[in-house]
Every structure is written in C-alpha cells, then in structure tokens.
Design a protein around this ligand. Structure first.
Ligand code: NDP
Length: 403
C-alpha cells in the first residue's frame, strides 16, 4: 500500500518498525532514519532476523531531526505516505515544519517539550492547525499508549457507554521488575523530567496543582494486584480536558516502586536531575544528561524484565439518565513482548499504537486536514487493530473507584 518513514531508532521506534514489517499489507516500504545510522542498520537486521518472511522493504538513512532543511531533503527523496516521529519530543516542531513544507502526513507519540524547559504541552503543535489545513495535510498527535490508547479509550467510552462523562481516572501500572535498583523504562531524561515535575489535574473547569508525587493512592490492578500509585500531570490530560465536554475531573496516576522513588529523590536532592548546565572540568554539562549516560540504556532492559503492565481508564458518568462506571484497560506481559520483538512492554505498548496510528493515516481511515489528537476520530477501527496487533483490551462495569 505505501511507505512509512520512521524517525528514531530507539526503544519505541524499534517496536513500531517491527510491527510495521508484520503489517506488510499496509506498510510495504519502511524507512528507518535516525541520528545514529548504525542503530538503524541494527534495527533493520533485527527485523529481518525475527521476521524473515516480511514483505516490507526496509531501508535506512541518517538524519538530524533538529535540522529542518535536512529533513525536507530526506522527505523529498523518500516521498513517504506518512512520517512517524519516534525520536524525542524536542524534535516535534522541526519535523512538523518539514512535513508541512513537503505535505507529508505526520504522526507522533509525545507532545512538544523544549530542551531548556521541562514543561510539555500541545499548544505549539495545535498552533500549526491552520497551516496544516492550508497545506491539506494531516498531523496526528500522541499516538502511543498514554497519550494515545488512553485517548482512544476516552473516545470509545463517549461513543458507546456514556451520554455524559463526569470523571476520568487514567491508571498506569508497570509491575515489571528488571532487577536493577534504579533504571527508567524509557528515555531517562524524558522520564525523570516528567516524574519530578509538579502534579496537576483537571477539576471543575480549572487546573489544580500538587507538589511532585504528593498524592498517593493504592489500587488493586487486575492481573497484577495492589500497587502504590501517584498523581502526576500527564500529556493526554491537556487534550482530554479540551475534547470531553462538561468534564468535572480528570486525573492521571502512575505506579512507582519504593526503590525507584528512594533513588530518584536522592538523585534529585544532590542535584543530579537538574537541567541547568554546570561547569565541570572546563566543560558545561547538564546533570540530567550526565545521569542518563550512566544509567542502564532502556533498550537493554527487555531481556531482564519480568511481570506485566496494566494501563487503562476508569470513567464515571451518565447513560440514559442513570449513573454508570466503566473501566477499560490493557494488560501487557514484558517477557512475551520481548520474545516477539526484542523489547519490554513499556516500549511495546507505545510502539504498537504508533504503528496503528500511522496505519490509520496511511489508509485514510482517519483523514482530515489539520492537527488532531486521537480522540478526535472514530475509535472503533483503532480499537479493532489493538486486538489484532497485540494489545487486547478488557472491560469491567463494576470497578473499584479511586477515592
Ligand atoms: P529512545 O531514547 O530510546 O530513542 C530516541 C531515538 O531518537 C534514538 O534513536 C535517538 O538517536 C533518536 N534521536 C534523538 N535525537 C535525534 C535527532 N536530533 N535526530 C534524529 N534522531 C534523534 O526513546 P524512546 O524510544 O523511549 O522514546 C521515543 C519517543 O516516544 C519519545 O518522544 C517518548 O517521549 C515517546 N514515548 C511515548 C509514550 C506514550 O505512551 N505516548 C511512552 C514512552 C515513550 P540516538 O540513538 O542517536 O540517540
């Protein structure tokens, strides 16, 4: 059917590229382009080893995604039907600009963040909406798991289960154990910036702030058991608060183990998570970037991680005048993800929906000029693809609520 250009060759890109090559009917050509060409070539080899039958033609290229001119050149040479950005959130705007210039449909998994400000937000990307309309091109933002599948779950609940949604709690549990006292499951810099930021949630038409990890709850997760979880600000809250009418409350909780938090706070207390550059032996270094260099590379965690993830949404609201609760979630197993594509479940749960988002755009099942989030589209075809490509979802109509 068509060609996808994947930018990035890290943990998430690796899963998405494997999945695109399993889905050869849609992606008959896959170009993997990233800053380090050798990583693209290694990924190509891994796909060919694991999936020798693939009909997708795989090629690789080197690209600095901060360089708009280089991106435009690459897009003009490759002429992909969709550009799937799986590098870092810092590159959202440069890649969107290059896609605008070349009228290439754009898909990503994380909203924009600048290197010197740890605050991610959709505004700079939404601001490009009219330009994408004028160029008759589409941008699909946040097609990972959270954001991504959580937004599709919201659209699905609105379409099939509620006349009015009143509250949404998004619960993200990773019960995986990699055996290290401290390591992050995806890019450490992005992960630590996210976790050490203030908490924030939507209540009665306004944003309420908390101190970092100030609000703790315990939840009994299906197929996992009881875990401590903490209220955090998370990307999809911004678009969900905008896209769900009359929403009274939207919160996001993520589980963290004791060892992870003990190390994180010690590192924070000694200044190792700071993004302010410091002078060290005549050189400027950013402590968080240095910390990233000494931590285990997330892409190496897969082979040692055991256990499951459970990510889902609990809704309350009204249907036919009656109060209703509804819980929808996916459980993903680290070891079976690793056996299938050589990555643990955190990358798997992001890479699979990234592939599905790109396939929705490639096949024009989701097709509107402008800049959109996943909850702006019909959720049903995406939900079917989740079941088909390894992230089946489950429902409960009587879930335990979070107080
Ligand atoms: P990794 O750090 O594993 O991979 C990032 C990749 O991007 C690397 O291959 C890196 O290249 C490449 N890259 C970085 N800078 C550039 C550049 N300037 N030009 C070209 N390539 C570049 O990250 P992950 O795979 O863990 O995460 C990828 C994205 O997915 C991130 O944006 C993250 O926020 C998002 N994410 C979204 C989730 C969701 O559910 N929505 C969940 C988890 C992650 P190099 O190898 O040379 O460093």
């Amino acid at each position: 059917m068509g060609k996808v250009l994947i930018i990035g060759a890290g943990a998430v890109a690796s899963v998405a590229a494997h999945k695109c090559c399993q889905n050869s009917d849609v992606f008959d050509e896959v170009v993997i382009a990233s800053r380090t060409l050798s990583k693209c070539d290694a990924l190509k080899k891994s796909i060919e080893d694991k999936n020798p039958e693939t009909k997708s033609k795989i090629t690789t290229a080197q690209i600095d995604a901060n360089d708009v001119d280089a991106l435009v050149k690459l897009l003009e040479i490759e002429k992909p039907d969709v550009c799937l950005h799986l590098a870092l959130p810092y590159q959202d705007l440069t890649i969107m600009e290059a896609c605008l210039k070349t009228q290439t449909p754009y898909v990503d998994t994380a909203n924009f963040e600048s290197l010197d400000d740890p605050y991610f937000n959709y505004e700079p990307q939404w601001a490009l909406h009219q330009k994408f309309v004028d160029r008759n091109t589409m941008a699909l933002l946040g097609s990972g798991f959270d954001p991504g599948v959580t937004g599709v779950f919201v659209a699905y609940a609105m379409k099939h289960h509620f006349d009015e949604i009143e509250t949404i709690d998004i619960l993200d549990c990773n019960a995986g154990d990699h055996g290290y006292p401290f390591a992050t499951n995806f890019n450490p810099e992005i992960n630590i910036r996210e976790v050490t930021a203030d908490g924030e949630y939507w209540e009665n038409g306004d944003w309420k702030k908390t101190k970092p990890l100030e609000v703790k709850r315990v939840y009994d997760f299906p197929e996992i058991g009881e875990r401590d979880m903490y209220l955090m600000y998370h990307e999809e809250l911004e678009s969900i608060a905008k896209n769900v009418p009359n929403l009274k409350c939207a919160r996001f909780f993520m589980t963290f183990g004791e060892s992870y938090l003990r190390h994180l706070f010690a590192l924070k207390d000694v200044g190792m998570t700071s993004i302010e550059p410091i002078e060290f032996q005549g050189q400027k270094i950013v402590p968080l970037q240095f910390l990233k260099a000494v931590l285990p590379d997330p892409s190496t965690l897969g082979s040692r991680t055991k256990g499951k993830t459970n990510i889902g949404c609990i809704f309350t609201g009204k249907k036919d005048g009656k109060s209703k609760t509804y819980y929808i979630y996916n459980v993903c197993d680290h070891e079976s993800s690793f056996r299938e594509v050589g990555s643990q479940a955190v990358a798997y749960t992001t890479g699979v929906p990234a592939m599905i988002g790109a396939s929705m755009v490639m096949q024009k099942i989701w097709n509107r000029a402008g800049v959109f989030n996943v909850e702006n589209f019909d959720p049903d075809p995406f939900m079917e693809e989740l079941n088909r490509w390894g992230l089946p979802w489950k429902e409960s109509f009587n879930p335990m609520l979070v107080e």
